[in-house]
Design a protein around this ligand. Structure first.
Ligand SMILES: Cc1cc2nc3c(=O)[nH]c(=O)nc-3n(C[C@H](O)[C@H](O)[C@H](O)COP(=O)(O)OP(=O)(O)OC[C@H]3O[C@@H](n4cnc5c(N)ncnc54)[C@H](O)[C@@H]3O)c2cc1C
Ligand code: FES
Length: 293
C-alpha cells in the first residue's frame, strides 16, 4: 500500500489567467502563496470557492502544469465546466481568489524502469504532458498515445505536438472514426505499437474510466506495468470522509491484510482503496476492473 506523505496545505490562491482551451474546455492558472509544495504529475488539488459560493464542497482537479513565474509558483488546470461548481470556477476573473488544498494523492512513479508509454484520452492529455516534461528532464523519451472519439476532441493537440517534438518524444494519434491518425482506439494502437518498442513497457495513463480499464487489462495481459489516474466523487480529498472508494483486486486485498489494514488510517481498508489517498494513480494490478464504475 502507498504511504501518504502529508505535505498538503490549505491556502488562498490568486487567479492568474483563465481562458477557453477548445472542445468545451477551459485553462485556469493559479498563483500559489509561498510554502505551497510543487505538485508532481498525477497529483490533484481541491478547489474551494470563496463565499458566497453556490456549492458547499471543494471540487477535485488534476494538476496540468507547474511553473515558476518570477518567484511565484503557478499551477495550471484543464477543466470542463460541467456543473454548478466548475461553472462558478469558470466565472472567476484574474485577480480573484480561490481556496486550494494540496498537493493531494499519489502521483505517477516516473522513475520506473522501462520504455515509458503515455496513453491519454481527452483532458487526460494535460497531466501526461506534464509527465512527459519530467521524463525529458531525466533524459527519457516517451511514446505518447493520444486518443479521442473524433479529431475535434483531441483537446490541445497543437500544444501536445509542439511540446513532445521539443522533447524528442513521439506522438501517436488515434480516433475512433479515423478523422485523425490511426482509426481505432488507444488499446488497438498499443497492440500495433508495442512490438516495435523495447520492453519492458511502463504505461502512464489518464482518461475516462472505460479507457483506463481497457488499458489496465491490456497491460496485465501483455506483461507491462500500467499506472492509471482514477477519479471518484470526492468530498474531503484527504482520506477522512471515506467517500471515494475503489474496489481492490484480490491480490491487493491480500497484501493489505498481510501488512495490517490499520497501518495507515487515512487510507482504505482491505476491500476498498481510497481514491484520494491510495490514489488517484493506481497500478493496474491494484484494482478489480470488473467492479470499477
Ligand atoms: C482526482 C480527480 C481529478 C479530477 N481532475 C479533473 C480535471 O483535471 N479536469 C476536469 O474537468 N475535471 C476533473 N475532475 C472532475 C471534476 O472534479 C468534476 O467534474 C467536478 O467535481 C464537477 O463539479 P461540478 O460542481 O461542476 O458538477 P456537479 O454539479 O457536482 O455535477 C455535474 C456532473 O459532474 C459529475 N461529477 C461530479 N463530481 C465528479 C467527479 N469527481 N468526477 C467526475 N464527474 C463528477 C456529476 O455526476 C454530474 O454528472 C477530477 C476529479 C477527480 C476525483
Ligand atoms: S474524498 Fe474523503 S476519503 Fe477520499
Amino acid at each position: 500500500m502507498a504511504t501518504t506523505t502529508r505535505t498538503w496545505r490549505q491556502v488562498s490562491a490568486r487567479v492568474r489567467t483563465q481562458r477557453e482551451y477548445g472542445a468545451g474546455f477551459r485553462w485556469l492558472e493559479l498563483e500559489m502563496p509561498a510554502g505551497f509544495a510543487a505538485p508532481v504529475a498525477g497529483q490533484f488539488v481541491q478547489l474551494l470557492l470563496d463565499p458566497p459560493s453556490p456549492v458547499l464542497l471543494p471540487r477535485p482537479m488534476s494538476v496540468a502544469s507547474v511553473s515558476k513565474k518570477g518567484t511565484k509558483l503557478v499551477v495550471g488546470f484543464l477543466y470542463a465546466p460541467v456543473g454548478t461548481g466548475t461553472q462558478a470556477i469558470a466565472r472567476l476573473e484574474p485577480g480573484s481568489t480561490i481556496g486550494v488544498t494540496g498537493p493531494l494523492g499519489q502521483g505517477y512513479p516516473l522513475d520506473e524502469p522501462g520504455t515509458p508509454v503515455l496513453v491519454a484520452g481527452g483532458r487526460g492529455v494535460a497531466p501526461l504532458l506534464m509527465a512527459a516534461d519530467v521524463l525529458a528532464k531525466s533524459r527519457r523519451r516517451c511514446e505518447f498515445v493520444f486518443g479521442a472519439r473524433t479529431a475535434s476532441l483531441l483537446v490541445g493537440l497543437a500544444e501536445a505536438r509542439e511540446r513532445l517534438a521539443k522533447r524528442g518524444s513521439k506522438l501517436h494519434l488515434a480516433t475512433d472514426d479515423g478523422t485523425r491518425g490511426f482509426k481505432g482506439n488507444v488499446v488497438q494502437m498499443l497492440d500495433r505499437l508495442a512490438p516495435k518498442l523495447a520492453g519492458p513497457l511502463v504505461i502512464y495513463s489518464c482518461g475516462p474510466h472505460g479507457m483506463l480499464a481497457a488499458v489496465a487489462r491490456w497491460a496485465m495481459a501483455n506483461g507491462a506495468r500500467a499506472h492509471l489516474a482514477m477519479e471518484s466523487v470526492m468530498a474531503c480529498g484527504t482520506g477522512v470522509c471515506r467517500g471515494c472508494p475503489l474496489p481492490r483486486s484480490a491480490e491487493a486485498r491480500d497484501r493489505v491484510l498481510a501488512t495490517g489494514a490499520d497501518a495507515a488510517p487515512l487510507q482504505g481498508n482491505p476491500e476498498w482503496a481510497m481514491c484520494c489517498t491510495d490514489g488517484p494513480v493506481f497500478e493496474a494490478r491494484e484494482l478489480d476492473w470488473d467492479r470499477v464504475e
